[in-house]
Design a protein around this ligand. Structure first.
Ligand SMILES: Cc1ncc(C[n+]2csc(CCOP(=O)(O)OP(=O)(O)O)c2C)c(N)n1
Ligand code: SF4
Ligand SMILES: [Mg+2]
Length: 290
């Protein structure tokens, strides 16, 4: 078999993102991370939501699923539950993951299946022309908040922690090498891993662009050692980058789902009526997508 090359992780489709969009770096970091871990593209699947960010699965050389708005995580978890041999990556935007799909983030974090979830956080609904999103700052002006955003922004890192996330990281599209390392660590983590990525929308978000983040971010070498340290860090520093939280939750929750593919009536399986891996996946998707 020919040695893997980085170009094997692209499928030849040319991205249609605007020049300078942060999402290019996220795609590159996923491709490089898998390549450096020697995970062949055919052993990986990238599930995306809807939005500019959601297009990321169109360009990936492995398997790709473009799901519906806010539903990348249910689909990704269905695959992770049925196919523990496959590396499952989910990706979407801040509107996708912290707005319409926020419930799925909470449940994925507490369920702890091995899914790496990258959120391309640009602080706007980019695809629909720049409306205020769940992570737009207070006072942010857009067509949906012409007098300035009056809603407190979502705090994804605190939220994920409180839902039980066992791996929480933050990266920046302006530093691909750093992001590649985060992606590799997240993939190697045996449970659910959230990576919030500051991924500038260069067209609609004129407030939080590359220069803003370059001046604002700080780099953390180690995850916080305790909950108190974690929350204090986030209170003191709004833009820390790195693996910020990591906990060993044993046994890994995915063990509960290992029976999905076999003939079993294990009451811990998501649905004990499920006897076949394909039926299991379809059933899981059907019940998760409502
Ligand atoms: C159920 C549903 N509601 C609304 C939409 C319209 N819609 C498409 S993309 C989008 C927002 C995308 O914002 P975000 O997730 O932040 O992604 P970005 O485009 O910024 O990458 C919305 C509301 C949709 N496609 N489906
Ligand atoms: S509109 Fe913004 S988020 Fe969408 S592709 Fe262009 S720069 Fe990227
Ligand atoms: Mg967005």
């Amino acid at each position: 078999m020919a040695a893997l090359e980085l170009r094997d992780y692209s499928n030849g489709n040319q991205p249609t993102w605007c020049p300078g969009c942060g999402d290019y770096s996220v795609l590159k970091a996923i491709q490089k991370g898998l390549f450096e871990l020697k995970i062949a593209p055919e052993n990986a699947v990238l599930v995306s939501g809807i939005g500019c960010s959601g297009k990321i699965s169109h360009y990936f050389g492995g398997y790709g699923i473009h799901s519906t708005h806010g539903r990348a995580l249910p689909v990704a978890q269905g695959i992770a539950a049925s196919r523990p041999d496959v590396t499952v990556i989910a990706a979407g935007g801040d509107g996708d993951g912290y707005g319409i799909g926020i419930g799925h983030l909470i449940h994925a974090a507490r369920r702890n299946l091995p899914v790496t979830y990258l959120v391309m956080d640009n602080g706007v609904y980019g695809n629909t022309k720049g409306q205020t999103s769940p992570t737009s700052p207070l006072g942010y002006r857009s067509s949906t908040s012409p007098a300035g955003n009056a809603d407190l922004p979502i705090q994804p890192l605190q939220l994920a922690w409180s839902a039980g996330a066992s791996f929480i990281a933050q990266g920046f599209s302006g530093n691909i090498n750093h992001l590649v390392e985060l992606v590799k660590k997240a993939i190697l983590h045996p449970g659910f891993a959230l990576i919030n990525v500051f991924s500038p929308c260069v067209v609609f978000n004129k407030t939080n662009g590359y220069d803003f983040y370059r001046n604002a971010v700080t780099y953390r070498e180690q995850p916080a050692a305790s909950a108190a340290e974690y929350f204090q860090m986030l209170a003191d520093d709004p833009f820390p980058l790195g693996v910020l939280w990591k906990s060993e939750r044993e046994p890994a929750k995915q063990a509960r789902f290992a029976t999905v593919g076999s003939k079993t009536t294990d009451s811990m399986a998501p649905d004990s009526r499920v006897h076949d891996s394909q039926d299991g996946l379809l059933e899981y998707l059907r019940t998760s997508l409502v």
